[in-house]
Design a protein around this ligand. Structure first.
Ligand code: GDP
Ligand code: GDP
Length: 455
């Protein structure tokens, strides 16, 4: 099921990220550990009254947004952009204001924009830490956005009321998407990197398009084809992008649509423009793919434009490996969607990654690996000289691969040691292009584990 998106908008410093962190706090920690990237998250999953939804801090989506030295006019402009982004792409908008500052003109302007949209808006009046301040929240009725909900993101009070209101406004549960068992590949990347060109090339080469269904409830277009006998669905994020009222330029920061495509795919092909090179936004998107536990390949397009005498394949490969150092297992390929050079190879790569994701290692094999790994490099002793022990391991799940390790002190297994074990697994078994997840448990703990990322 496609998860609804709830976007938090509002001026800087009203408490958006505080609320966001409160709502996804627990997950945040886990994710940071797994992805090996240190960035702040801008979106996360949360559940309330049985409804699962994705919550987005729109401020984080705009690069440089948290710069405190921005002039006021710029702050207002960006807040408007966020609101517009949310109107175009979210299912419910949480508009946050600050009761301590009271109702100010900038809030009224954004409110006007939100009122004109057809999207449900929940008005959160933050920093209502005391009874007095909660009373003051009534002032915000003047925004014409319905009942203000007084809350203190900081203390957590009132957030339950806010969540109730969010859930009340979520679209009715959508039908489970019918799964045709095809391999779902998302083509993602910044505008103009060649996503549509690649799609057209792949479709043209194959000439076996079954259908081209414009997404009705979703923001991407699915193209179905068969490649070497495998049914494939290409999820394209480019097709419908020039709708809506987002001004040119802001669009390139809009990762909501990319995020939805990533949610729905098994493998994401991240396209980079060879001429322009990778940007921070690209590493960011790569991080999103890994956090979602999806397969990842880095595809450098427009390779035909590169003068190889000046910038060789080796140079390019080195650059890319450095930029995407946090995913050394992701394949990197250089193509030209225009000339067709190696274009279909991206489908071979996706198939390879998929089979890696589906791979299962037998319990005896993984335990042999664990024993050898511990013998060669035992985990450091715990305090008071007690031994940290890893008793046994098993692969609990595929797609994505999840390994369980049982220990006498699972919480004391260091990040570095987890890395070491992951590297050992990869040395022996590859798992090309896919995150693998290592979970450490006490011996007595229940042996069930479930990690999302499978479709
Ligand atoms: P953002 O820029 O909207 O994301 O705002 P932040 O979440 O970064 O918060 C801005 C400041 O307001 C921080 O110093 C927070 O600690 C503070 N803050 C956030 N929520 C509350 C609250 O409920 N009460 C009070 N008193 N301060 C808060
Ligand atoms: P999208 O916004 O990511 O869908 O990018 P498009 O597919 O619309 O391509 C943007 C521009 O780059 C168009 O002018 C394409 O013709 C051009 N382009 C795409 N792929 C290549 C390529 O491999 N080589 C060259 N030289 N141009 C390309």
């Amino acid at each position: 099921m496609e998860k609804p998106i709830v976007a938090i908008v509002g001026r800087p410093n009203v408490g958006k990220s505080t609320l966001f962190n409160k709502l996804i706090g627990e997950r945040r920690a886990i994710i940071a550990d797994e992805a090996g990237t240190t960035r702040d998250r801008q979106y996360g999953e949360t559940i309330w009254n049985g409804r699962v939804f994705t919550i987005v801090d729109t401020a984080g989506l705009l690069v440089g947004d948290d710069d405190p030295n921005l002039p006021l006019a710029e702050i207002v402009r960006r807040t408007h952009q966020q609101a517009q982004l949310a109107i175009d792409e979210a299912d419910v908008i949480v508009f946050m204001v600050d009761v301590r500052e009271g109702l100010i003109a900038a809030d009224e302007e954004v409110a006007a924009l939100l009122r004109r949209s057809s999207k449900p808006v929940v008005l959160g009046v933050n920093k209502a830490d005391t009874e007095d301040r909660r009373q003051n929240a009534v002032e915000f009725y003047n925004l014409g956005l319905g009942d203000p909900i007084a809350l203190s993101a900081y203390h957590g009070t009132g957030s339950g009321d806010l969540l109730d209101e969010i859930v009340n406004n979520l679209p009715a549960g959508q039908e489970e998407e019918e799964d045709d068992n095809s391999l779902k590949i998302a083509i993602v990347g910044r505008p103009n990197v060649g996503k549509s060109s690649l799609l057209n090339k792949l479709v043209g080469e194959e000439r076996v398009v079954v259908s081209n269904i414009p997404g009705t409830t979703r923001d991407s277009i699915d193209t179905k084809l068969t490649y070497k006998g495998t049914p494939i669905t290409l999820i394209d994020t480019a097709g419908i992008r020039r709708r809506g009222s987002i001004e040119q330029g802001i669009e390139r920061y809009s990762v909501l649509r990319t995020m939805k495509a990533i949610e729905r795919c098994q493998i994401a092909l991240l396209l980079i423009d060879a001429k322009e090179g990778p940007t921070a936004q690209d590493t960011h998107v790569a991080g999103m793919v890994l956090e979602a536990n999806k397969g990842l390949a880095i595809i450098v397009n427009k390779w035909d434009l590169i003068d190889k005498a000046k910038f060789s394949y080796e140079d390019a490969k080195t650059t890319m490996s450095e930029v995407f150092h946090f995913a050394p297992y992701a394949p990197i390929e250089f193509i030209s969607a225009k000339t067709g050079q190696r274009a279909t190879k991206v489908l071979d790569i996706a198939q390879t990654i998929q089979s890696e994701r589906a791979k299962r290692i037998s319990t005896s094999d993984i335990n042999n690996l664990l024993r050898a790994a511990v013998r060669e490099h035992p985990p450091t002793a715990m305090h008071k000289g007690a031994h940290l022990r890893l008793f046994y391991a098993t692969q609990a799940q595929a797609e994505p691969p999840v390994f369980l390790f049982f220990s006498n002190a699972p919480e004391q297994v260091h990040f570095g040691y987890k890395r070491y074990l992951e590297n050992r697994i990869r040395e022996q078994y590859g798992f090309i292009g896919t995150p693998i997840i290592l979970v450490f448990k006490g011996r007595e703990e229940e042996q069930t584990v479930s990690v999302s990322g499978k479709r």
